[in-house]
Design a protein around this ligand. Structure first.
Ligand SMILES: Nc1nc2c(ncn2[C@@H]2O[C@H](COP(=O)(O)OP(=O)(O)OP(=O)(O)O)[C@@H](O)[C@H]2O)c(=O)[nH]1
Length: 381
C-alpha cells in the first residue's frame, strides 16, 4: 500500500471521527472565541445603519435602512445568545453545529435580502459572500473535521440553491445587469462555489494538522505511550467519569530499579531497548480502557479500573512476568532481570485529583525503594 494512500485514508478517518475529550475541550474554547468574534462583528454592523443614513436620503432608502437596522438588531441578539451558551460551563455538543448553521444561513438570508435593493447584488456582492468563507474557516477553531465538512457542504448547497432560484426567477437578461454590481455571469458563480470548496479543503487540512500536533504533543517518542501532559490534561475527565459510573480506580506509580547501571554498562541505545522491552510486558496486564503513561525517563503511571488490593495483585503478577522475561542486552549475552518498585493510591479515598493521587503514590513508592526496591506499597505504614 502506498504512503500517499495511507495518508489520504488517515486524513479522511481523522476528519470523520468524533473528536476525543481533549479535542472537544479545546473545541469548546474555540467556540467561545468564535462567539466573541461574532458578537464583535455584529456590534460593528450596528454602526453601519447610522453611517448609511447620513449618506442616503429619500423615503425608499429610509425603508431599506429600517429593514437593515432591524436585521442588525436581530443579529446582535442572536450573537449574545450564542455567546452566553458558549460561556456556559456545561458543554453543549450541538452548539458548534447550531452556530455554524446560523452563520451560513444568515449569510444566505442577507444575500437574499440584497435582491430587494438590487437583483444583481446577491450574485456579485463580495462583502457579504465572503462571510461564507469566514464561517467555513472559523470551524478550524472547533477542532472537529466533521463540522468543517458540514459548514462547507451547507454553504455550497445554500449558495447554489439561492443563485439557481434567482436565475430562474429573472424575467429578462436586462435584470441581470446593474450599474453598481455589473453583469451576472454563470462562470463567476461556478468560480465562487469552487472557492468555497477550496476553503473547505484548506480548513479541513488545518483541522487535521492541528489534531495530529495535539496528539503528538501528548505522546512519548520512544515508546508511543501517552506522556505526562496527556495525563495532566486527561486525568480530570477520567476521574470525573469514574465518579459518575461509581467505578473503582487505582493509580500506580512505577519506577524501574537501578536503571542507570544498564545505561552505564551497555550504553543509552541498549537502555532505550530495555525500556521498550519492559513496556511490552506492562502493556500485557492492561485491561480494556486502562492506560499506561510514561511520565518520566524510567517512571510510569498505570491507570487501573479496579480496587487498590486487586491492583496490587495484578502488579505482583507483572513482577513475575518480568522475572520470566529477562532483557537480553546483547546477542549471546547474559539476560538481565530488570525490576520495578511501585506506589499505589486509590480514588477517591487517597485523593480526588491527579496531584494528590500522584503525591500519595509517590510517597508509597519512596517507601518501596527505601525498603529495598522490587516491591509495591499500597498503604501508608
Ligand atoms: N536509555 C535511556 N535511559 C533513560 C531514559 N530516561 C531516563 N534514563 C536513565 O534512567 C536513569 C535513572 O537514574 P536514577 O534516577 O539514578 O535512577 P535508578 O538508577 O533507576 O535508581 P533508583 O530509581 O533509585 O532505583 C538515568 O541514567 C537516566 O539517564 C531514556 O529514555 N532512555
Amino acid at each position: 500500500m502506498s504512503i500517499t494512500g495511507d495518508w489520504k485514508r488517515d486524513l479522511v478517518r481523522t476528519l470523520l471521527a468524533r473528536p476525543d475529550e481533549v479535542m472537544l475541550d479545546l473545541g469548546a474554547g474555540g467556540e467561545l472565541l468564535v462567539a466573541r468574534i461574532r458578537a464583535l462583528l455584529s456590534a460593528l454592523s450596528l454602526l453601519l445603519a447610522p453611517v448609511a443614513l447620513i449618506g442616503n436620503q429619500g423615503a425608499g432608502k429610509l425603508t431599506e435602512l429600517m429593514i437593515g437596522l432591524g436585521a442588525t438588531v436581530f443579529i446582535n441578539i442572536c450573537a449574545q445568545i450564542w455567546l452566553a451558551l458558549a460561556r456556559n460551563r456545561r458543554r453543549h455538543s450541538w452548539l458548534p453545529y447550531a452556530t455554524t448553521t446560523y452563520d451560513v444561513t444568515t449569510t444566505t438570508l442577507v444575500l437574499a435580502l440584497l435582491h430587494l435593493s438590487d437583483p444583481v447584488a446577491p450574485f456579485n456582492s463580495i462583502i457579504v459572500w465572503v462571510f461564507y468563507l469566514i464561517s467555513i474557516s472559523m470551524t478550524a477553531l472547533r477542532n472537529d473535521g466533521r463540522l468543517t465538512l458540514y459548514a462547507g457542504g451547507m454553504a455550497m448547497l445554500q449558495y447554489s440553491l439561492l443563485v439557481g432560484m434567482l436565475l430562474a426567477m429573472a424575467e429578462s437578461p436586462e435584470q441581470l445587469v446593474s450599474v453598481d454590481y455589473g453583469t451576472v455571469s454563470v462562470g463567476a458563480q461556478i468560480e465562487r462555489v469552487v472557492l468555497m470548496l477550496l476553503m473547505t479543503v484548506l480548513t479541513a487540512t488545518v483541522v487535521y494538522r492541528m489534531q495530529r500536533l495535539i496528539e503528538s504533543s501528548g505522546s512519548d517518542g520512544l515508546t508511543g505511550l501517552p506522556n505526562r501532559s496527556w495525563l495532566v490534561q486527561r486525568m480530570p475527565r477520567i476521574l470525573e467519569a469514574a465518579r459518575e459510573d461509581n467505578q473503582s480506580l487505582t493509580v500506580a506509580l512505577l519506577d524501574l530499579d537501578r536503571f542507570k547501571r544498564i545505561n552505564d554498562q551497555y550504553g543509552h541505545l541498549t537502555g532505550d531497548r530495555a525500556i521498550r522491552h519492559i513496556v511490552g510486558s506492562m502493556r500485557e496486564i492492561l485491561r480494556e480502557r486502562e492506560r499506561l503513561v510514561r511520565i518520566g525517563g524510567q517512571e510510569f503511571v498505570l491507570v487501573m479500573y479496579c480496587p487498590i488490593g486487586n491492583a496490587w495483585e495484578r502488579l505482583d503478577r507483572l513482577r513475575q512476568l518480568m522475572a520470566e522475561r529477562p532483557f537480553v542486552p546483547e546477542r549471546g549475552g547474559d539476560p538481565l532481570h530488570i525490576t520495578f518498585s511501585g506506589g499505589l493510591s486509590a480514588y477517591p479515598s487517597d485523593g480526588n485529583n491527579v496531584s494528590s493521587l500522584l503525591r500519595t503514590a509517590d510517597r508509597r513508592l519512596q517507601v518501596a525503594k527505601h525498603e529495598g526496591s522490587n516491591r509495591v506499597v499500597a498503604r501508608d505504614t
